[in-house]
Design a protein. Structure first.
Length: 393
């Protein structure tokens, strides 16, 4: 097979890139090791920055998002017995929207199929070669070993994919921070406690109350990263959710069937550079953020805007400047998002080895941030999303 841009990974990053290139007449082929059903049903992130929503509207991918998404003008934080609301719409004129990642993947995949795009599901990439000149991806599909030749290769296949390891080790440098806690993620058949997200700090740990719909709660509890689900029967889960949320006017914890639960360790990680030869990394292939800042999917979309601009400038204008500066363009935003996610995580999660001084200092930091207009604006600007580069040159 032969194409202009080969894309490994049919997540939000890979599918968005394929769509943007299609709008400008550039060919692409997407290889995805999982099935269509897996990709479009696996529950992942669900918060979209204003920039992401604006982009999807601009390029015709937001019909279902606009119909079923849940826009939020504010976000709430509870700590030290009080509830503090940040009104993003009032402070910066922007908002966030809740719309599940698997639904975005389904919307994008269905549009690409409708437009005649080539997405090969259950096509596992097994080898990459020729990055200095003419990339070739070897993959298995329908029981056969095949090859895909291309001008450029976009690695959108996540932390465990083969794209990043295809770069020579001598040119790569990883930056890593593993946190001493994880999240117990819960999907609950119950009305969420609030119409907005609620971040809760307490002496017994952090909790986040989100949603996937008006009748489906997505909640998280801070736990040790090596904890086990056997240690979390339903009675303990509800006790901790109630205790960490606290008693606040307008917030009500509604119980329901716990549909899913899983424990996920937390880390911050960046791999530099994000390009080598004709290979360009995007999303979780190059960076991971703790979910506290809700940046993962949005960062991937921002990477793709930069990559789309670079590829279109090459094909349309025969220029290479944006391709050469791709890593710097992305990392300027990535490191700011890494900092915000680290800051939110360390500010809201009580350390397990904390002494009384640490806990008092943490409360003082929360009061400093949420007790001033400047602090609230800082959170709002980063939470609703930093600017992204235009996807066209």
């Amino acid at each position: 097979m032969r194409t202009q841009v080969a894309i490994i990974g049919a997540g939000p990053a890979g599918l968005l890139l394929s769509h943007l290139l299609h709008l400008e007449g550039i060919q692409s082929v997407v290889l995805e090791s999982r099935s269509y059903e897996y990709c479009t049903t696996r529950i992942r992130a669900g918060l979209m920055e204003q920039n992401t929503v604006d982009l999807l509207n601009e390029v015709g991918l937001a019909d279902n998002l606009n119909r079923f998404g849940l826009p939020h003008d504010g976000v709430q934080f509870t700590f030290d017995g009080a509830c503090h609301r940040i009104d993003m719409q009032e402070l910066i004129g922007r908002r966030v929207t809740i719309y599940a990642q698997q639904l975005i993947v389904k919307d994008m995949a269905d549009v690409r199929r409708r437009d005649g795009g080539t997405i090969l599901f259950e096509a596992e990439a097994t080898a990459i070669s020729g990055l200095d000149d003419r990339p070739v991806v070897t993959f298995t599909h329908e029981g056969e070993l095949k090859t895909l030749e291309c001008d450029f290769l976009a690695g959108c296949d996540g932390f465990h994919g083969i794209s990043r390891p295809a770069m020579p080790e001598a040119v790569r440098r990883d930056y890593d921070r593993v946190y001493p806690f994880g999240w117990l993620g819960l999907l609950i058949a119950a009305v969420p406690p609030s119409e907005e997200l609620v971040y809760s700090h307490s002496d017994s740990g952090f909790a986040l109350f989100s949603m996937r719909s008006e009748e489906l709660t997505r909640a998280y509890l801070q736990v040790r990263p090596d904890d086990h689900l056997d240690n979390w029967p339903a009675e303990r889960i509800w006790s901790e959710l109630r205790g960490r949320l606290g008693d606040h006017e307008g917030l009500k914890l509604n119980e329901g069937e716990i549909l899913q639960q899983a424990i996920t360790p937390m880390r911050s990680w960046v791999s530099e550079p994000m390009q080598y030869g004709k290979l360009f990394l995007a999303g979780d292939s190059a960076h991971i953020v703790p979910p506290t800042g809700a940046k993962g999917m949005n960062l991937a979309m921002a990477d793709i805007c930069a990559l789309s601009r670079a590829l279109l400038d090459h094909y349309k204008n025969n220029r290479s400047g944006y391709l050469e500066s791709y890593t710097k363009t992305c990392l300027d935003r990535v490191w700011r998002a890494e900092h915000f996610s680290w800051w939110m995580t360390t500010m809201l999660h009580p350390p397990y080895d904390a002494n009384p001084f640490d806990l008092k200092r943490q409360i003082a930091e929360l009061r400093t941030v949420f007790g001033s207009d400047a602090g609230c604006r800082l959170v709002a600007e980063n939470y609703a999303g930093l600017p992204v580069v235009p996807w066209r040159p």
